[in-house]
Structure formats: structure tokens, C-alpha cells
Ligand binder design. Structure first.
Ligand code: KIV
Ligand code: ZN
Length: 441
């Protein structure tokens, strides 16, 4: 199947940085920019140079040393912003000025206090000025999804005529829905002359949790650039998450015939680096790169994953740079995962012993939620002691305890994880289909 190339525009260093707690120093921005380069994004929006000396310095530094991707600098639709943006980005190998101006009536009336006509003129003047500095000019009608579609078409037409090479359609307040956003893109494509000669872009915020779905709907409607951030950071509820958009296209290539230049194995390193720099943790259940994205606690799931990861994983952890799947031992875990972890710690059990250990394990897990190795070793010691006790008729606790620790010493070297599942139990005299099913619980 022929795949259409989608330009990935990363705005972690600009929109992402605008989210509370996410501001970065020049050095930190530079470090992240190098990682974004390794990740293979096409455009890095490095900052908003007029906003501060630090932002200016960061954009300038990134433009000087990160040479493969396009480097974009943001500017409001006014002369000082555009001049400052150009000063910061002019030495980039591939510079871009990104100009924005709100177009919705609510923004025009309450924020900018200008008429639609003034807005239209200001947008065109700004694009022309930017174009006098730089070939590559992006224009964003801020709050596009709450803008009157007729007026939006007029603005987009005017900025394309004025020389914009990319027209970005922002869902600034995360208000649209996938069908509505797709429809808006199709309307623009049908009504704006010459739009086929520029790149249409989508920039979605996540206020309703729809940023990724809206971005994908926009791509299906003809958008060829997506603006997104690592870990989905950004204003309020964040921007569309880069890793989710990229992996949706990667994993569901059967439905989404698009490709990006992103090196997917660099997604997790990028996520970790951003989180480390900002000190903002990633939510554990975050798709693709969250701590739990490849962790399994439920016994039935653990059993399935141990038999074949495809049962509960739609992509390999390695494909996104996560070192490995993890089996978390908690009250929902089953005998299979428990037996595997015991083996990794150097212990094997027959079926009766494992049942005994499992009962102790569930009782403890009910109380402490997650059972770590040190807890497990204690339970193993007790189970082994109990088994010795009943086998040899010994009835002193001390004898049992010392028998347990002898066993532990004997097996101190962890054995490598096995792959020939299910583990055959010598005493499993009623091993069958039902038994195999129970293995997961
Ligand atoms: O959300 C938004 O509208 C923006 C623009 C500056 C593109 O971030
Ligand atoms: Zn934004």
C-alpha cells in the first residue's frame, strides 16, 4: 500500500513549555532538541523569541547546532514579534517563522478588540512581513475551530495569497470532535483556492481528551502536518501526544496508510528525558510510554503474555524503546507469573508447594498491594520450611527455618527465565486444559 508522508512538528519546546511546571533553561532545551533530532521529527518549534531573553537564546542556540530538522520560531502577527523571531532563527539550516492571530469572534471581541476586517488585514500584513525575511512561513488562525467557517476560509485564502507555505488549523481550546474537525478541513480544501499548493497542518489541544483522535481525523481529511508534543504536554490539558499519533499510524498501518520519519525506538528515551528535565512525571497509564503501558498484573493477562506477548500487547515494548514488559505481582496475579518470578529468584516448587505459596502471596498482596522480591523471598522461606516440616515430620520451627535457608543457599544463583511454558510440574497428576486455564489465576 502506498503511504503518504506526514510531517511531524514537535512543539514540546514552545506550546509544551507553556504548561505549568514545564519551563526549561536554555541548556535543557538544547538537550531536548538534540533528542528530538534523534527521534526524527521534521520540525522543532524551538520557542517564542519575543517572550523572554531566555527563549530567544534557546531558539538561537538550537538553530545554530541542530541542523537536520526545520527550526520554527513563534511570533504574534506584529512587527516586533516577527523581527525577533527572525533574529533568533535566521541561522538555522532550515528556518521557519510561525505567525499566529486569533480569528474567532470571541477572541476578536474580548481579547484583541478588533473587527474581522482588521484581523484579515493584520494577518496578511504579518505574513508578508515574515515572508520578506523567510521563505518558509506558517500561519495559524488561533481558535480556528470556534471561528465562523466562512471567515476562516477568507483568512486562509488571504494568507495563502500573501505567501504562507503552511496553514495550521488550531483547535486551541480542545473543543472540536473528530467528525467536525475532518469536516472543517474538507471545507477549507474545497473552498480555498491554491490550498493544494501549501501544507495544511493540525494543532489539537486535549481539553476533551480528543486531541489525538482529532489529529488523526484531520490527517484522514487531508492534513499533512501534525503538531504535537512529547508526553502530550502543553497548555491546560496539553497538546496531542506525539508518541500516540505516531504509534497509531505505525500499529494500525492497515487502516492509516501514512508514515512518518520518527524513529519509534527513541520515543521512550525522549519521554524520559522530558520528564527528567521538567520534573513532571508521566501518568502511569499514559499510552505508549507510561510505566504501566507494558506492565501486567492480572493473572489471566500475565499467563497470556508469558505464553505469547501478542495476547495482550499490540506492539513490542522494544519498538518504542521501553526495555521490556513487566509482570507486577499483586493480588490479581496468578500462579504462572508467581512461579516464573520464583524461578528467576532461584526457586522451583511442585504443584502443592506452589498452591501453598500462592495462598500466602494473595493474603499478603491483599494487604500491601504490590509484592516485591524481598517479600516474596520471605514467603518462599516460609513455604519451603513448611514443606520440609511435613516431609520429614520435624516439628520445631527452628528446624523448619534452617531447612528453608539451606534450600535458599543451595539455589542462590538465579536461573534464567524459561520460555518452555507452561512449566511442567512433576507432581501434576491432573494437568489438563482446565488446569492450564487456572494457571493464570
Ligand atoms: O493552540 C494554539 O492555537 C497555538 C497557536 C499559537 C498555534 O498554540
Ligand atoms: Zn497550542
Amino acid at each position: 500500500m502506498e503511504r503518504t508522508r506526514i510531517t511531524v512538528f514537535d512543539t514540546s519546546l514552545r506550546d509544551g513549555e507553556q504548561s505549568p511546571g514545564c519551563s526549561m533553561t536554555v541548556q535543557e532545551k538544547l538537550r531536548l532538541a538534540h533528542q528530538l533530532d534523534r527521534l526524527g521529527v521534521d520540525v522543532i518549534e524551538a520557542g517564542f523569541p519575543i517572550a523572554s531573553e531566555g527563549d530567544f537564546a534557546a531558539v538561537q542556540a538550537i538553530a545554530a547546532v541542530v541542523r537536520r530538522p526545520m527550526i520554527a520560531a513563534l511570533a504574534r502577527a506584529c512587527t516586533p514579534d516577527i523581527e525577533r523571531a527572525w533574529q533568533a532563527v535566521q541561522h538555522a539550516a532550515r528556518p521557519r517563522i510561525h505567525v499566529f492571530l486569533a480569528t474567532s469572534d470571541i477572541h476578536l471581541k474580548y481579547k484583541l478588540k478588533i473587527s474581522r476586517e482588521q484581523c484579515l488585514n493584520q494577518a496578511v500584513d504579518a505574513v508578508r512581513l515574515a515572508k520578506s525575511f523567510c521563505q518558509d512561513v506558517e500561519f495559524s488562525p488561533e481558535d480556528a475551530t470556534r471561528t465562523d467557517p466562512d471567515f476562516l476560509c477568507q483568512v486562509v485564502q488571504a494568507v495563502i495569497d500573501g505567501g504562507a507555505t503552511t496553514v495550521n488549523i488550531p483547535d486551541t481550546v480542545g473543543y472540536t470532535t473528530p467528525a467536525e474537525f475532518g469536516e472543517l478541513i474538507r471545507t477549507l480544501r474545497a473552498r480555498v483556492r491554491g490550498i493544494e499548493n501549501v501544507t495544511i497542518s493540525a494543532h489539537c489541544h486535549n481539553d476533551l481528551g480528543l486531541a489525538v483522535a482529532n489529529s488523526l481525523a484531520a490527517i484522514e481529511a487531508g492534513v499533512r502536518q501534525v503538531e504535537c508534543t512529547i508526553n502530550g504536554i502543553g497548555e491546560r490539558a496539553g497538546n496531542a501526544s506525539l508518541e500516540e499519533i505516531v504509534m497509531a499510524m505505525h500499529v494500525r498501518r492497515d487502516r492509516l496508510a501514512y508514515e512518518t520519519a520518527v524513529v519509534t525506538e527513541q520515543l521512550y528515551p525522549a519521554s524520559q528525558m522530558l520528564s527528567e528535565i521538567t520534573g513532571v512525571p508521566v501518568q502511569p497509564n499514559k499510552a505508549i510510554i507510561g510505566r504501566n503501558a507494558f506492565a501486567h498484573e492480572a493473572g489471566i493477562h500475565q499467563d497470556g503474555v508469558l505464553k505469547n506477548p501478542l495476547t495482550y500487547e499490540i506492539m513490542t515494548p522494544q519498538s518504542v524503546g521501553v526495555p521490556d514488559s513487566t509482570l507486577v505481582l499483586g493480588k490479581h496475579s496468578g500462579r504462572h507469573a508467581l512461579a516464573i518470578r520464583c524461578e528467576q529468584l532461584g526457586y522451583q516448587f511442585d504443584r502443592r508447594e506452589l498452591d501453598d505459596l500462592y495462598k500466602r502471596f494473595v493474603t499478603l498482596a491483599d494487604r500491601i498491594k504490590q509484592v516485591g522480591d524481598h517479600h516474596l523471598l520471605e514467603l518462599i522461606g516460609n513455604t519451603k520450611a513448611q514443606a520440609q516440616n511435613s516431609a520429614f515430620g520435624s516439628n520445631t520451627l527452628a528446624a523448619a527455618a534452617s531447612a528453608g535457608s539451606d534450600t535458599k543457599r543451595e539455589r542462590a544463583v538465579p536461573i534464567p527465565p524459561r520460555t518452555d511454558f507452561p512449566i511442567p510440574f512433576p507432581s501434576a497428576d491432573h494437568h489438563g486444559e482446565q488446569e492450564d486455564y487456572l494457571w493464570g489465576v
